[in-house]
Design a protein around this ligand. Structure first.
Ligand SMILES: [Zn+2]
Length: 471
């Protein structure tokens, strides 16, 4: 599936829809109109959000793109952002062009947009980019925001848990944190210039001190990103090392970066791309950067769709559960676990392999699932059984379980429709299902020998628990 996009893209590379010139840097008004026009002309797939307002009152915009956008369907979500350093402009134009490409060719990208939601913020620091501009032209762009703060050092540090730059949290920083925590992205990428390299977490630590739990996944993503670059000279993305991929802290250690904040505090793995050695390439070189980069920008969307995802609900009420922790045993560390959102939806990007995954939330019994990933997406929907459901056996429901001890199956006889779950002695749920009134046969052949608790709960919340022994 991955290759299909690359072929489609090759055909589409020069097809653009909105008469934007791609060999110039936009004026502020041109940029704003570009975003507004595309949103208006593509209401079925686009929503234009304002992430926030800069200190000098400029808009920080984000285009959200997916099919059936008004339905707000639960999908894996990707966030692209550029030019948080106001004088690093290559990525901003690439992202405008990405918006243009996706919307002008939406039929060709229908399958992609059915599967994922893409958020694109071309200019993250408009006061830095349009610094001292009275006519809307980019004249004296600077790295900093209007308070002369480096926004890529202004996030909460993952080691000190404070702003390690000693500065107040800037309005732009706060707006990005709020927006991200509201939208709960599953992967993100932050575009810079000044070098040419794919930089992954953590920025705060050298790899000899601490590595990310998904380091190999980041390495694989970086290699595939570099491999998809269209560069005949063979020199692009070689200015830091020969692979073009580096662990952030091994390049140089910084505190308070957006990448680390997103990865650690927002549970959203983020990559920093340095796109050009020139901070601001000559405008007539911008089409060349698009040729080099456009396929690689889509590699992230492939990786977003490689992992397991699903919805977690309450087994009694069917309610979608927010804030369920999804943690991979013997793998996750340093905040690499993920959580469900307000729709009960989660998406965990992960390499191929077999994982033991624990789903947990206060007030519910843990559930452990073995998940085998062979590439692509696995959908794993989970029901968590609430603890402390009121018990009033005689009045509401009666159930018998036999034989005890049991071997490959148990019989559960109950007087009305119910659900059951079987938990091991660590209270981790191992299997569950539906019971009809009368005698039901439940297969327990895959369980190890031992003692288990069977929980039977009816629609009105009545709970019966019984111990069984599996031989
Ligand atoms: Zn930068």
């Amino acid at each position: 599936m991955k290759r299909v996009w690359l072929i489609v893209l090759t055909a589409l590379i020069w097809l653009t829809g909105y008469a934007q010139k791609w060999d110039e840097y936009p004026d502020y008004d041109t940029y704003i109109s570009f975003m507004q026009n595309i949103a208006q002309q593509n209401e079925d797939i686009c929503r234009l959000d304002t992430i926030g307002t800069s200190i000098n009152g400029r808009l920080i915009l984000c285009m959200s793109i997916t099919s059936q956008i008004k339905a707000d369907l639960p999908k894996p979500r990707f966030f692209y952002s550029a030019a948080m350093h106001g004088n690093e402009l290559t990525g901003a134009v690439m992202l405008m062009r990405l918006i243009d490409t996706l919307t002008a060719n939406k039929e060709e990208f229908a399958a992609l947009l059915d599967n994922i939601q893409i958020y694109i913020n071309p200019f993250a620091n408009p006061d830095g980019t349009w610094n001292n501009s009275t006519d809307g032209k980019i004249k004296n762009p600077v790295r900093y925001n209007a308070n002369y703060v480096d926004l890529n050092r202004n996030y909460k540090d993952i080691a000190t848990k404070n702003n390690s730059d000693g500065k107040k949290t800037q309005p732009e920083t706060q707006a990005f944190m709020d927006y991200q925590l509201q939208h709960r992205f599953h992967m993100s990428c932050n575009l810079h210039t000044g070098s040419e390299v794919f930089n992954y977490p953590f920025d705060k630590y050298t790899s000899s001190v601490k590595t990310h739990a998904d380091r190999q996944w980041f390495e694989d993503l970086g290699k595939d990103f570099v491999a998809a670059l269209q560069d005949e000279s063979g020199t692009y993305f070689k200015s830091v090392n020969s692979s073009g991929v580096i662990d952030g802290g091994d390049w140089y250690v910084i505190g308070g970066s957006r990448q680390d904040w997103s990865t650690y505090y927002a549970h959203c793995p983020e990559v920093t791309l340095e796109l050009s050695d020139d901070y601001i390439p000559q405008a007539d070189k911008l089409p060349l950067y698009w040729v080099r980069l456009h396929k690689s920008l889509f590699v992230f969307f492939d990786y977003l769709q490689q992992g397991f995802k699903g919805t977690v609900t309450d087994s009694v009420t069917g309610k979608q559960l927010d804030g369920v922790k999804i943690e991979i045993s013997d793998h996750d560390r340093d905040s690499s676990q993920v959580y469900t959102d307000s729709q009960g939806f989660y998406n965990r990007c992960i390499k191929q392999g077999t994982y033991s995954v624990k789903f947990s939330k206060d007030g519910y019994n843990d559930k452990v699932e073995e998940i085998a990933m062979t590439g692509g997406t696995e959908t794993v929907n989970i029901e968590l059984v609430p603890k402390n459901v009121s018990i009033d056996l005689a009045k509401h429901m009666q159930a018998e379980i036999y034989p005890v001890p049991a071997e490959n199956y148990i019989k559960i006889k109950c007087d009305k429709e119910a659900r059951f779950a079987i938990a091991d002695i660590k209270a981790a749920e191992r299997t569950d299902g539906v019971l009809h009134g009368g005698e039901n046969t439940v297969d327990i052949s895959t369980l190890d020998a031992g003692v288990y608790t069977v929980m039977i709960y009816s629609k009105d919340g009545t709970l019966i628990t019984k111990k069984i022994i599996k031989r």
